[in-house]
Every structure is written in structure tokens, then in C-alpha cells.
Design a protein around this ligand. Structure first.
Ligand code: ZN
Ligand code: ZN
Length: 898
């Protein structure tokens, strides 16, 4: 034993003072890969637990939001693996059609060229190069974070298998009558020159104008007046409408007005859509440029006149304005109306504007021929799934958002006028205009046998592949063993922005193609914001690069900090320096492990349980084992409810306070006993056992530092034990002892108060104090008397007197705790005169600071001009100074006496 002990001591001394992530992270990641820990075996007899990654877009490297999302998944999957599940975490990336294409187009523009000049084929080559570069970078980032994905099963939304699934789905839905082609008003981005689904636009109110324009009545000198927020679209007017209930205009219905400038005759019609309160109660009807007008047009059989080109300039239907940009046209048109005295007035008006979610260009409602999916029939089972509890949201409040959207679902425009994506599997016959939908290109027209076939130029919405992700990635439409084993998955982790775009659609696809829900739990996490609560973004420059954090603080610090500061279901507010929290946590664990290691006189087996008789029944031993088991139970329950923040906080408190601050301090004396003494051995056994459990419990959160310590503890080489493969601790309820925890709580109260007095009164650390404790009842007296040794040791006391009849000595500092009052006589402990002077000087200094703060906060100019957070900071500072001053005065009083 002595030899083993000697060897261990040497090794402990070799360990660096601080935990160094750079020396460990890559090493252990490779170790896990080499041992294929992350690969789930399709044929094992274990219970299955599977998760699919929300595939990051190949547009860019990962940001802190991704780090949060993937840390959550990794914690869950590592935990389940330790619990004995066959745990599959399938990774992959998304081609992100429009987003990637926008970036590539911008790059080309910078090089003075364009995708048109390059041609489709060359452009796609470029896109694939981009995917290779960025996709690899993303996967490497995930590895740096410590993600334990099953890399053998990495997928990409445009890879062969997933493309096959997309074609299968298109053909299936088309033959079922759920995919159709139609001329509709869609959201059109004139910059990206593609259609967008409603969920791909961002809507907000903007300052705009309401123009009142006079339209001459046909065959009369009278005018009617219409109000519009987009005057340029009047060039496409084909009617004027009033409300059928509006008595004012009853006589006008059926007559005609003349469109100014173009002199087109417009029928005056009555339609329920018109709001008599809006503008003049008369509206222009432009079926090709407004979704509501389109509907009115359908009801009244109106002509649709498109006045714009796809790039947002006016076309030949705009007459003299043809060729102008839409905004230039608006200006010129308004000027002309003014000149002709046809503009009655202009009012300022809040206009609802939609913007492209990828390039912020203002959306044009645009009439165009597109492909749509009928969503109502697909939504039915997806609504049922939530109603019957097969699908649950965490936090629960997101259920409402999901249900509202599902119950008001609209058809999904799935065609995009882009090049980067899944080409629409539709061919048009150039001779008989037959439409052929097929997985592979037909050689001839199915109707007229013509060989002149042309494939649809468009591609499918990027979400048309990602909505299949939970099953296409496992091999669907083939009935693979992976699909059978890993579908449905268990949990999905994502952000609230894509509940409609992605989550809801996956549920619909899951029911339509697999007959059941794709996952049962949807965990919606918050957004990562800076310390002031502002969303991190590239354009604001307030983003934090997760790789930089890993480089500076380590991956475990990145992970634990995010978990510690993110309350469940809420946003993460974080600054760069916040990551020190996680770094200090790793160091604390490192240091306490070094201490335990240095004091072990024998080796332990990593999976060994604590046998009865191995602990001596000392209060502190039973107490820490009680606290450990309570923590195991708590953390396990919390993780089962996806409450990772509460779980890691519980672990943090147990490790930092119970284990490091108290237990280890309390056994120091016993560890100084000669090797082999029962008291010492028991302390070693318990300390080792608790540390072993701590490493397991913390492993899902901080995989690297726990693995590193595990290997120092067990000297387990390349083929030895790993904490990754260790079993998750199970709570032994018999070990939890409430009254014992309560007893130790009381001891801690006393020690903490004594320590506080020492530090406030500037007692030198080496000076031992005399302490008197007046107890209020026999219970408290017994507890303190039984634990006198601990109180004396931990409080650094020369003497401790406990009793019911103790009065406060002169010149003593005091503190009140539950059921007792503590007195620390200061004479002889500190130089009273010097301390009095110090306190007086300190009181003067803080008083001055407080006055300065008061002055600032009563300065109106400052209050008016300073940013809110600065003012708040001043207020907090003032409050702190006030408290310090109160305490200083109290301490001075105690020294001076009365
Ligand atoms: Zn755009
Ligand atoms: Zn044909």
C-alpha cells in the first residue's frame, strides 16, 4: 500500500496547479472516438433513446445559440448513455437554400460577377464547395464543444438519401392531391427574386403615408376618392370597391370610374371585405398585387394586371413608368397626380410591412404561379397529437403557440425560384403542355409522346427537406433497421422561432409518412443575449464566438456557464467574462480532486460501491452521504423534466459548498492520522466514494475535466475505465437523513457567523478567538456541544463556551443565529484603537462616495441624458454603499462599547 500511495503522491505533485483544458480536451475527444462510445448499435438489447440534431445551416460557423442548443442535447444524450440506454444522437447539416444562395450571390457580386454569368452548373459547384468547407467547420466545432454525436450517421439535407426522400414525398403528396400548382399572391423578394412562405417574412409596422387620390366618375365631372398606402400599384387597378352596407355609396355601385393617367375604366363593386371606416370607405382593387384584392378579384371575376417585373421594376403595363424601380415610380406617380390636381391629401400612417427574412428587402405581394401543399388535412393528426399528450412542449406555454398556428394553418408555398436546393420533380411538355410529376426525368410525354420536355426551373423550399429529417436521416423511404430502431426519436431541442417553420411541419410529416409522431418531447430554449439583454447578432457586433470561449476558458466552462446562467425556458444573458464562472467551477473540482488524491493511501476500483463498515458513522460522513444521495435524486428528477439549470445548480452547490467547503475541511484532521487508522481509512473511503459520484454526476455537463480526473484517480490507460461509460448513480433513499442534515446545518450556521465576524473585524487568520455562545434551548446546546470540535476547528477558536446563562462581554462583536447568539470578545484579538481608527477612516470614505452618488442621482441633467442601465448601476451602487456604511457603524459601536 505504501508503495502505491507513494506513487500516487508523486503523480499528484506532477499535476498542474490549475486545470488546463488545452492539455485534455482534444486528447479525450479522440479517446472517445477511438472507443466508439458515441456510436449506437442498431442490434443491441438495450432500451433505445434517440435524438436528431436540428441541422445547423451551412451558411456560417456556429454561434453561441448553437452552442447552447447542442450543449443541451449533449447533456441529455450522455446522461441517457450512462443510464444504460442505447443512445443515438444523429448529427448533420442543412443546405439552407435561400440563406446560402444569398451569401454566395453577395460574394459573386463583390468579385464583379453574378450567378447568371456563371450559369446554373458552375454556380452549384460553388455552392457544394461552400458546403464542404462550412459543413466540415461546423462539425468540427461541435466536436470542440464536446458533442457526443454518432458521426457514422452524419447526414446532409441534399445528400443522396435525403434527396430520394424528398422526391418520394413530393410524388406521394401530388398523387394524393395534396400538392397543387396555382396562381396566387405570394410573398416575393425582389432582391432574392424568389417566393417566400409567410413564415419566412418578418412583419412590422413602419412610418408610411396614406395617399388620397381622386378617380373621375365616368361620364361626369364628379370624383370619387380612394386611399392607398402603395400608390404605384394603382396602375394595376381593375375595380373600385365599397362595402355593401355603406349607404353613402349605394348609388355608385355598378357605375364606373376612370383610373387616372392610364384612363382605364374601373367597375365600382360592392364587397364585404371593404371596411367602411378605412380611408374614404372606397378602396381601389388591384388583384395582381394584394392578397385581399386577389380574393375580391376571384369573387367578382376581375382582370389581374401585373405591373411589376420580378426584380421590382415596373413592367410595360405601367405605361410611361415602365422600367422605373417601384419606389421611383411611387415618387413620379405622386408628383404627376399632384400636378394634375388629383391628389387630395396625404396623411402619415403606420403601414404594416413584410421583409425578407434573409436580406431584409421589402416584400412585394406578387401574383405568380407556384407549387403549394394543402396543409389542413396534414394538420389534423398533428393537432390530435398535442391534445392527446403524445407530443409535449417544455415549457408548456409553447403549446398555445403551436395550436394557434395549426388551427389557422394556410397552404404552404413550396416552390422557390432558386438554384441551390432540391429541383422540383415536375416536367412540362412543350407540345401539349402536359404536366408530369415523377421521381426521375421521363423520356417522353405521357400524353402526346413528345420528347420536348422541360423540367420546372425552381427548387423546393429548404424546409421541404428538413421537415422529413427525423426519418429521412434513418434511411426512409427504405425500411432500414436504423429506422425501425431509432424512430420515433424522444426529444427535440430547438428555438421558438422555428416552431412553425420546422417543428410543426415535422410533426405533420411524421404522421403522414411514418404514421406516428417524430418525437414526444419538444424542448424550446431561449435566445442568447448580451449582458444588457440585446440579442447577439453579427451586425451589432455583440456576438461571442464559442471557439474563442473554448480557447480562453475551456469547453467545460462554456457548457457549465451556459447551463448555470440560463433559467429554464428563459433567455440566456451572458458576457464574455461570465464564462469565468464555469472556469472557476472546473478549477474548484480540480483542486479538491487533487487534495483527495494526495490523501488516498490505497487504490480504489472505479465501480466499487461503499460497503457498510467502510464509513465510521461519524456525523460528517453520514451527513455527506445523505447530501450526496439527496443530490443524486434531485438531479436525476430534474434532468428527467429537462430542468438542466436547476440540476446543474444543485450539483454546483453540492460540490462547492457541501463537499469542498465543509466535508473536506471537516476530515482534514482525520487525514493526518497515520495510514491504516480506522478513522482515517473511513474518511478516505467516503471522500473517494463521493468524489467518484461527483465525477459521474457532473460528466454530462463537464465531460472533459471529469474524464481527466477519472484517469488520474484510477490510473486507467487507453484500455482502462472511462467516466463516459460509467453508470449513472442511483439514489439510495435509506442514506438520506433529514435530522442529521438539520444538525449539521446548525453547526454550519455557527461557524459561518464566527467566520463572518472574523473577516469583518479584520482578525488576522492565525489568531485564535475565544467564543461564547448563548443557546436558547437544550436541543441547540446538545448539537453544539456534540460538535464542539468542528466548531473550534473550522472557526479557528482557542476556546468555546456554550451555555444558557451567558451575557455579552465588553468590546465583543456579536451575531444572532437560529436558537443562539454568538459573542466574539475583541480585546486581545485585534488592536482596538487601530481598528477604531481604520473604521472611522473607512466610514468617512464611504460617506463621501455615498454623497457623490446622491448628488449624481439628484442631478436632472444626468437623469435625462444618461442611458438607463447607467442610472440603474448608480442606484445599485448607492444602495450598496448605504449597506456598507450601516455595517461599519455597527462594528464601530461594538468596539467603542457602551
Ligand atoms: Zn431577399
Ligand atoms: Zn405532351
Amino acid at each position: 500500500m505504501a508503495e502505491v500511495g507513494g506513487k500516487q503522491l508523486m503523480r499528484v505533485n506532477d499535476l498542474p496547479r490549475h486545470y488546463d483544458p488545452k492539455q485534455t480536451e482534444d486528447k479525450w475527444y479522440q479517446f472517445w472516438l477511438d472507443r466508439r462510445f458515441f456510436h449506437a448499435d442498431v442490434g443491441s438489447s438495450k432500451e433505445t433513446f434517440s435524438v436528431v440534431i436540428p441541422p445547423p445551416n451551412v451558411t456560417d460557423v456556429l454561434h453561441l445559440g448553437h452552442a447552447l442548443n447542442n450543449t443541451l442535447q449533449d447533456i441529455l444524450i450522455r446522461w441517457k448513455r450512462m443510464q444504460g440506454y442505447e443512445a443515438e444522437w444523429l448529427p448533420g447539416t442543412d443546405h439552407a437554400g435561400i440563406a446560402t444562395q444569398v451569401i454566395l450571390e453577395k460574394n459573386l457580386a463583390r468579385q464583379g460577377t453574378s450567378k447568371e454569368r456563371l450559369g446554373r452548373e458552375k454556380f452549384l459547384e460553388l455552392a457544394w464547395d461552400w458546403k464542404k468547407k462550412n459543413g466540415d467547420a461546423i462539425l468540427n466545432q461541435l466536436k470542440k464543444i464536446g458533442c457526443s454525436c454518432d458521426w457514422d450517421r452524419t447526414r446532409f439535407t441534399l445528400d443522396e438519401g435525403l434527396s430520394e426522400a424528398v422526391l418520394e414525398v413530393f410524388v406521394h403528396l401530388y398523387s394524393k392531391g395534396l400538392i397543387y400548382r396555382g396562381k396566387r399572391i405570394i410573398n416575393w423578394c425582389p432582391r432574392c427574386q424568389t417566393s417566400l412562405s409567410d413564415d419566412e417574412t418578418e412583419r412590422e409596422e413602419k412610418d408610411g403615408s396614406l395617399w388620397y387620390v381622386k378617380y373621375k366618375l365616368k361620364g361626369s365631372d364628379d370624383y370619387i376618392m380612394v386611399a392607398t398606402t402603395r400608390p404605384e400599384t394603382m396602375l394595376g387597378d381593375t375595380a373600385v370597391a365599397v362595402s355593401p352596407k355603406d349607404k353613402r355609396f349605394e348609388k355608385l355601385v355598378g357605375k364606373s370610374a376612370i383610373l387616372p393617367i392610364l384612363d382605364r375604366e374601373l367597375k365600382i363593386i360592392a364587397d364585404d371585405f371593404v371596411d367602411p371606416e378605412f380611408g374614404t370607405g372606397m378602396v381601389k382593387v388591384t388583384p395582381a398585387h394584394d392578397p385581399n384584392d386577389f380574393e375580391i378579384g376571384q369573387r367578382h371575376n376581375l382582370e389581374q394586371i401585373n405591373v411589376m417585373k420580378p426584380n421590382g421594376t415596373m413592367n410595360e403595363n405601367a405605361g410611361k413608368f415602365s422600367g422605373m424601380d417601384r419606389y421611383a415610380c411611387r415618387e413620379a406617380l405622386v408628383a404627376e397626380l399632384k400636378k394634375k390636381k388629383l391628389l387630395e391629401k396625404v396623411e402619415s400612417y403606420q403601414v404594416p410591412v413584410a421583409q425578407c427574412y434573409r436580406c431584409d428587402t421589402e416584400i412585394e405581394p406578387y401574383l405568380s404561379e407556384q407549387w403549394f401543399v394543402k396543409m389542413k388535412p396534414l394538420a389534423k393528426p398533428a393537432i390530435e397529437a398535442v391534445k392527446t399528450g403524445k407530443l409535449k412542449f417544455y415549457p408548456e406555454r409553447w403549446t398555445k403557440t403551436y395550436m394557434y398556428w395549426m388551427e389557422n394553418i394556410r397552404d404552404w408555398c413550396i416552390s422557390r425560384q432558386l438554384w441551390w436546393g432540391h429541383r422540383i420533380p415536375v416536367w412540362y411538355c412543350q407540345d401539349c403542355s402536359e404536366t408530369i410529376v415523377a421521381k426521375t426525368g421521363p423520356s417522353e410525354c405521357t400524353r402526346c409522346k413528345s420528347k420536348k420536355l422541360k423540367q420546372d426551373e425552381g427548387v423546393l423550399d429548404t424546409w421541404f427537406s428538413s421537415w422529413l429529417w427525423p426519418f429521412s436521416t434513418f434511411g426512409w423511404p427504405d425500411k432500414t433497421p436504423e429506422l425501425r430502431r431509432f424512430y420515433p426519436t424522444k426529444a427535440l431541442f430547438t428555438a421558438s422561432e422555428i416552431i412553425f417553420l420546422w417543428v410543426a411541419r415535422m410533426v405533420m410529416a411524421g404522421y403522414e409518412f411514418m404514421g406516428r409522431e417524430p418525437f414526444s418531447d419538444v424542448y424550446i430554449h431561449g435566445t442568447v443575449r448580451d449582458e444588457y439583454g440585446i440579442k447577439m447578432s453579427k451586425s451589432l457586433g455583440n456576438g461571442i464566438d464559442p471557439l474563442e470561449i473554448i480557447d480562453q476558458y475551456g469547453a467545460d466552462a462554456l457548457r457549465t456557464t451556459m447551463m448555470l446562467v440560463t433559467p429554464e425556458g428563459q433567455d440566456t444573458l451572458i458576457a464574455r467574462r461570465t464564462f469565468q464562472v464555469g472556469q472557476h467551477f472546473a478549477n474548484k473540482l480540480w483542486n479538491v480532486s487533487k487534495f483527495v488524491l494526495a490523501n488516498l493511501s490505497k487504490t480504489f476500483a472505479p465501480e466499487a460501491e461503499l460497503q457498510s463498515g467502510q464509513a465510521e458513522g461519524r456525523l460528517e460522513d453520514s451527513w455527506i452521504l445523505s447530501r450526496l444521495n439527496r443530490t443524486i435524486g434531485e438531479v436525476t428528477d430534474l434532468m428527467g423534466d429537462y430542468r438542466f439549470n436547476s440540476a446543474v445548480k444543485s450539483l454546483y452547490d453540492f460540490i462547492w459548498h457541501d463537499f469542498c467547503d465543509w466535508y473536506v475541511e471537516m476530515i482534514k484532521e482525520r487525514l493526518n492520522l497515520p495510514e491504516g487508522e480506522r478513522e482515517r481509512e473511513a474518511a478516505e473511503n467516503v471522500a473517494h466514494f463521493v468524489l467518484n459520484n461527483i465525477l459521474r454526476l457532473l460528466h454530462p455537463f463537464a465531460p472533459f475535466v471529469t474524464e481527466e480526473i477519472w484517469h488520474h484517480l484510477y490510473d486507467s490507460g487507453a484500455d482502462g475505465s472511462s467516466v463516459s461509460a460509467a453508470r449513472w448513480p442511483v439514489c439510495d433513499k435509506k442514506m438520506i437523513n433529514e435530522s442529521l442534515e438539520n444538525t449539521l446545518d446548525r453547526v454550519q450556521d455557527a461557524v459561518t457567523s464566527i467566520r463572518n465576524i472574523r473577516s469583518e473585524m479584520n482578525v488576522p487568520p492565525a489568531k485564535k478567538a475565544e467564543v461564547l455562545i448563548r443557546v436558547d434551548n437544550a436541543d441547540m446546546q446538545r448539537i453544539l456541544e456534540e460538535n464542539q470540535a468542528h466548531v473550534k476547528n473550522l472557526g479557528k477558536l482557542a476556546n468555546l463556551t456554550i451555555g444558557r446563562q451567558i451575557s455579552k462581554p465588553d468590546h465583543a462583536a456579536s451575531a444572532v443565529i437560529r436558537d443562539a447568539e454568538i459573542f466574539v470578545p475583541l480585546e486581545g484579538l485585534i488592536d482596538l484603537e487601530q481598528e477604531r481608527k481604520r473604521l472611522q477612516k473607512e466610514i468617512a470614505r464611504v460617506t463621501q462616495l455615498l454623497e457623490r452618488g446622491n448628488k449624481k442621482l439628484s442631478n436632472e441633467d444626468f437623469l435625462k441624458r444618461a442611458p438607463r442601465e447607467i442610472i440603474e448601476k448608480e442606484k445599485t451602487k448607492k444602495e450598496e454603499y448605504r449597506k456598507i456604511l450601516e455595517k461599519l457603524n455597527q462594528n464601530l459601536e461594538e468596539i467603542v462599547g457602551w
